[in-house]
Design a binder for this molecule. Sequence first.
Ligand code: NAP
Length: 266
Amino acid sequence: MTQLRIAVAGAAGRMGRSVIRALAETDDCILTGALVRSGSPEIGKDALASSESVPVLITDDPVTAMGDAHAIVDFSTPQNSVTLAGYAARLHVPHIIGTTGFSAEQEAQVARAAESTAIVKSGNMSLGIALLSNLVKRAAAALPDFDIEILEMHHRNKVDAPSGTALLLGSAAADGRNSNFETTADVSRRDGARRDGSIGFASLRGGTVVGEHEVIFAGPHERVVLSHTAEDRSIFARGALAAARWSQGKPAGLYNMQDVLGDLVP
Ligand SMILES: NC(=O)c1ccc[n+]([C@@H]2O[C@H](COP(=O)([O-])OP(=O)(O)OC[C@H]3O[C@@H](n4cnc5c(N)ncnc54)[C@H](OP(=O)(O)O)[C@@H]3O)[C@@H](O)[C@H]2O)c1
């Protein structure tokens, strides 16, 4: 079996380490490059830290990290991901971007790089969330008169609210109704009755919750609730590896997890 050669950017970060662990648990993929920022104390260490495998030396040089890779999986910083997208475009290596927080200008730079290589970019790499988003869009279309409320809960240290994933789900619901998410979203409800057609959000914070999302469709005397529970960050790493597999042989372009999911379900 030819293994998929994967480079990891942000290799010393929480998600980078999670991707490296996920790689160690798969047979069809192998870590071949590990990229960290210049000046990192990790440079020169073995990313696998195992005496049983060929060492993968951590580097701050993108070309060394991704030169012979089939794909690069990147959970780092927006600035680094933009720079890497340029390298990925020049080297024609598919780039899987899980990094969040891009400015409009940075989004445009990634889109330009995607003219030369396949880029899969998503603020939530979980396949479960990709499926939920797909179901939410369909439910919103099928139940046009139901009120839509999105409830999310995360650990006590999360600073942004609603979560990016809750907004992604809200946007999918708006798509299902051909409505404008910017004008239908109600992210800071105050006193007063519910606005017709709005999509409401509620955020709970506490403990160590990795991520809970519920999309509630409330109609007269009945409710449909679609939900997702993230138990561990490894779901994002496994989703990113699914995207790396999917990206092989794809034409240049900017893709998301709906594209990846589309090839996995009939
Ligand atoms: N899409 C998803 O499903 C998903 C899921 C979870 C997280 N995320 C996002 O993924 C990103 C990383 O999250 P995290 O929790 O892993 O954060 P983290 O632990 O802070 O990791 C980010 C890593 O990127 C490294 N980095 C910074 N500049 C770099 C450069 N020029 N080259 C290579 N590496 C560089 C940082 O190195 P130093 O620490 O040495 O500066 C750090 O190790 C965030 O944007 C987060 O929101 C997305």
